[in-house]
Design a protein around this ligand. Structure first.
Ligand code: 0X9
Ligand code: ZN
Length: 450
């Protein structure tokens, strides 16, 4: 008879052997969660998926310096609290995803230090479950791609191919190369006139921000099919480069294993991932990023260390001048913001006044269209200091004068964080496109595309 000790030793040995050979866990002798070990076909191996059952979202407000210091320390020392932003100033509100096993302890802390707060969500897994029901299977025909559902990378890429075939006079699929895990980084070029100035749109650098790739495909579709004379003019007068998923490994991982994954999937010993929006060679690792691979904002071992960063840098370097790229747009979520450089300092870019003016016009256009409030300003002033971002790099190194980063829906006190319900895809993408159109038209008036 096996004793408890020898049984667990057996488990350790088999597990190690399986890990070493990379073999799959077998369906026999598996504890399926009911506590009893069953064998054979009656028991399914649970999928390797992160779960967020009974995780809560708290929205806290800081009224004293002491509270701010306390929460800065808390963010540093805890990996079971996911801060959406950092504790920085009095009056600031901040959302924090609290792991189920920390709820009591966290609630006690709020009480002890008299911190104003609201619970936005009691069971974050519910939000994820409904969101996953809004994904169409990766086996669907790409012609079924719409803006009422979310789509796997495979479907998005098949849709790019199919659309390029349909509009072969204007549209070509471009390949930046492969990611860390050998997924392609595909995008499109929409061009009607080689002399046009060009606009570059980067989406999906943060894996969990699914509204970003969805907005990218929406924009491509609008530019091709809209009956609006203004949109048709935009498609005619400018050439467009749109890359819906510049972090394809991360995007796939959010569908298969962890809906909340943000970084790429590069391996660093026991943990994975570089925040690709901290990895660019512009004030790299100077502020608002981490040198610790376990953190969500890990800047990487060196500037431009990541394959995905290198592919994008090479692409922009070789196309910016030749294709006259004058506008760089990075799509993120959430918080409803429209931001321009710099990210690393409160110093102002040479065209600060223009970027501020176009940003204000764009947010007013969003307000008029949907009633949504977006805040605009320099990145440093609007969200938080952050160095090594793609937009700052494009503006600084390649002198692309019009550069913006969007934080799309939901609002700063969203109950779902990055898990935007699919009914919001169409209106979110539409208002983002309206904002881009407003920026481009305003910049054209000021002579930026001469
Ligand atoms: O932290 C980020 O990278 C962005 N926010 S998000 O919640 N989408 O992760 C803010 C943009 C920082 N960007 C640059 N410094 N360019
Ligand atoms: Zn982001």
């Amino acid at each position: 008879m096996l004793t408890w000790h020898s049984a667990s030793l057996w488990l350790v040995i088999t597990t190690l052997a399986m890990a070493a050979t990379g073999s799959k866990v077998l369906s026999e002798n598996v504890d399926c969660g009911g506590g009893s070990v069953v064998g054979g076909e009656t028991c399914q191996v649970p999928p390797d998926q992160a779960r967020y059952d009974h995780y809560r979202i708290y929205n806290v407000q800081f009224d004293t310096e002491e509270q701010i210091k306390l929460f800065q320390k808390l963010e540093d020392e805890s990996d079971s609290l996911t801060f959406i932003g950092h504790a920085r100033e009095i009056g600031q509100k901040l959302s924090i995803l609290v792991a189920a096993h920390r709820v009591a302890d966290f609630a006690d802390l709020l009480k002890t230090y008299n911190i104003q707060h609201r619970v936005l969500t009691y069971n974050f897994q519910d939000k994820i479950d409904s969101n996953l029901r809004e994904v169409l299977p990766d086996s669907i025909d790409p012609s079924k791609l719409d803006w009422q559902h979310f789509f796997h990378l495979k479907t998005i890429y098949a849709w790019l191919d199919q659309t390029a075939e349909k509009y072969s006079d204007r549209l070509t699929v471009l390949d930046m190369g492969s990611s860390t895990q050998n997924n392609r980084i595909l995008g499109i070029k929409l061009a009607t006139n080689p002399n046009n100035k060009a606009i570059f749109i980067e989406a999906g650098i943060h894996a969990r921000e699914w509204i970003s790739p969805a907005t990218a495909t929406y924009i491509i579709n609008e530019l091709l099919t809209s009956q609006d004379a203004g949109v048709q003019k935009l498609a005619r007068d400018y050439n467009w480069f749109v890359f819906p998923s510049v972090n394809p490994d991360g995007y796939k991982y959010t569908f298969e294993h962890d809906r909340m994954w943000r970084k790429n999937r590069q391996l660093f010993g026991t943990s994975r991932g570089v925040d690709l929006n901290r990895n660019y060679p512009d004030h790299w690792n100077s502020t608002g990023s981490s040198s610790d691979p376990t953190r969500y904002d890990y800047a990487g071992p060196s500037a431009g260390s990541e394959v995905e960063t290198q592919r994008l840098i090479e692409f922009i370097r070789s196309h910016a001048k030749k294709e006259q790229i004058k506008t760089y747009i990075a799509l993120h979520s959430y918080s409803q913001m429209l931001m321009f450089p710099y990210g690393h300092t409160k110093d102002r870019v040479y065209n600060y006044d223009d970027l501020q003016e176009f940003g204000k016009k764009a947010t007013a256009a969003i307000k008029a269209e949907s009633g949504r409030d977006y805040v605009s300003g320099s990145l440093y002033e609007t969200i938080y200091p952050a160095g090594g971002g793609s937009m700052d790099w494009a503006h600084a190194e390649l002198e692309i004068p019009i550069a913006y980063t969007f934080e799309l829906r939901g609002p700063p006190d969203s109950q779902d964080l990055f898990i935007l319900p699919a009914v919001q895809i169409q209106p979110t993408a539409s208002e983002a496109f309206t904002a881009i159109r407003t920026i481009v038209e305003a910049a054209a008036e000021k002579g930026y595309y001469k």
